[in-house]
Design a binder for this molecule. Structure first.
Ligand SMILES: NC(=O)c1ccc[n+]([C@@H]2O[C@H](COP(=O)([O-])OP(=O)(O)OC[C@H]3O[C@@H](n4cnc5c(N)ncnc54)[C@H](O)[C@@H]3O)[C@@H](O)[C@H]2O)c1
Length: 441
């Protein structure tokens, strides 16, 4: 409980963080360039309108746990940990404006120069991966004349609070994410968050920085998706609330981690067809649904990425393991793996394909028509003999999960490049190839 904390930036994140740490009994110094915000805090009033903040700030001020200043040096010299919560607004072109963070980093760095005790700089503002280590840390080292990891440490701790329920979210977050280059740097943060419910993740700084963007981009996708589908329901005369209620009750596929693992493009006989049907219907209804309309192009771009990845190796001989859109099926309709093979052949590459579930002689109906139409000479490149397909290839593409790790381990040569489209987990990845590349990990 001896830790004391300074909080830079008394906006939404900073003033809530300051008030909540003070309410847990820590001595907190709030810092802001705004004299007005500092005076409000010092008179026991929060500088923002937010549920529960009036009481928290009044009580913390009365107990002398919370005071505010415009003097960054005073704050650093009188605290062990500085949480930096200044704004990171957009510039006109969308780029992140880091000027407030850079200014605080140089002020804190200069104060660390005068300090004999170790200090912990914790960035909470939302910044793109690399910012803490490549922008903030060098400023701190330069201004302090000291070394990160030896004289002071730098951590990243994203904030997931929502305005309107910020105090409740701070006290009861979905999880706490702490990023550091060395987990020993996190000791004071472990203490500060020891009573906070939810899982505490200790990870690298770039992962902690990116978790925030992954979350916010996903939340934005969810909002636009729900609004576009709701619009579609309304225009089709369907009860959007009834649909949403049933949809969200599925925690296996809909509200779950399903389909959220980076991997290859979607395909098969349903998703592309159904997306086309709904976006066509939207056009008939004169509706613009940019998110739904972007999905097929976004998916095609992922196939382009795979083609570029193969082409950039400069190699010519390719073995693709897996032709159907997922292992255990011989459905080739709209398989992105088929699209990839067709593209690579079109680029003049020598492609051989293995798929234990696909035998041309067994394919029938729409499935056979589809593959014969898309790749008329598929018969000459498809083989059921894994060994002969892998041997002699310069690049081996894991197209679906049908190839077994033991077989790959036995057959892969160290000089073969392995391109993984399906996100084999670490234990499934054969170590026999010296070059492993995941398509988006
Ligand atoms: N608002 C949210 O709900 C929320 C949630 C999670 C993360 N974030 C992120 O947290 C960061 C802060 O957001 P916010 O909404 O609290 O911002 P805000 O604009 O409300 O507050 C920023 C504060 O920093 C102060 N400031 C600017 N330069 C300073 C300096 N050199 N020294 C001291 N204080 C300085 C400003 O005067 C202001 O009071 C942003 O990166 C934001 O993306 C915000």
């Amino acid at each position: 409980m001896s830790l004391s904390v300074s909080v830079f930036g008394l906006g939404y994140v900073g003033s809530v963080s300051a008030a909540c740490f003070a309410s847990k009994g820590y001595k907190v110094i709030g810092v802001d360039v705004s004299q007005a915000k500092v005076e409000m805090m010092n008179s026991g009033r929060p500088p923002i309108i937010e549920a529960r903040m009036n009481d928290l700030v009044a009580e913390a001020s009365k107990a002398c746990h919370l005071h505010a200043t415009t003097d960054a040096t005073e704050a650093v010299l009188n605290s062990d940990v500085s949480f930096v919560c200044v704004g990171t607004p957009s510039l006109k072109n969308g780029k992140l404006d880091l000027s407030h963070i850079e200014k605080v980093a140089s002020e804190v760095g200069a104060a660390i120069r005068q300090k004999n005790q170790p200090h912990v700089f914790v960035l909470r503002s939302t910044v793109l991966p690399g910012t803490t280590e490549n922008v903030v840390l060098p400023i701190l080292e330069q201004e302090s004349g000291k070394k990160c990891g030896r004289d002071f440490s730098v951590c990243y701790n994203p904030e997931f609070m929502r305005e309107g329920s910020a105090v409740a979210d701070f006290m009861n977050p979905p999880y706490t994410v702490l990023g550091a280059s060395d987990t020993n740097h996190l000791a004071p943060l472990r203490q500060l968050y020891k009573d906070t419910p939810g899982t505490l993740y200790e990870t690298t700084i770039p992962v902690a920085e990116m978790v925030k963007y992954f979350s916010n981009c996903y939340h934005a996708v969810k909002v636009v998706f729900a609004n576009e589908m709701g619009t579609m329901c309304k225009n089709l005369g369907v009860d959007a609330e009834a649909v949403t209620k049933i949809f969200t009750s599925d925690t296996k596929l809909n509200i779950s981690g399903a389909y959220l693992s980076p991997g290859f493009a979607f395909g098969g006989s349903c998703l592309p067809k159904d997306l086309r049907a709904i976006t066509y219907k939207a056009k008939e209804l004169d509706l613009r649904l940019p998110l739904l309309e972007s999905l097929m192009p976004g998916n095609a771009e992922h196939v382009n990425r795979a083609v570029d990845m193969v082409m950039s190796t400069g190699k010519k001989k390719v073995a693709q393991l897996g032709l159907s859109f997922k292992a255990g099926t011989d459905d080739l309709r709209e398989s992105p793996q088929v699209q990839l093979i067709k593209r690579l052949m079109g680029e003049g590459l020598e492609v051989r394909v293995w798929d234990e579930d696909v035998s041309l002689s067994r394919l029938a109906g729409a499935n056979r028509e589809y593959i014969e139409h898309v790749i008329p000479h598929i018969g000459s490149v498809l083989s059921a003999d894994l060994e002969s397909v892998v041997r002699g290839a310069e690049i081996v593409i894991i197209g679906n999960k049908s190839a077994k790790k033991e077989d790959l381990k036995r057959l892969l040569e160290p000089e073969q490049i392995l391109i993984d489209l399906v996100h084999l987990n670490h234990t499934q990845r054969p170590q026999s190839s010296s070059q492993y590349e995941g398509i988006c990990w």
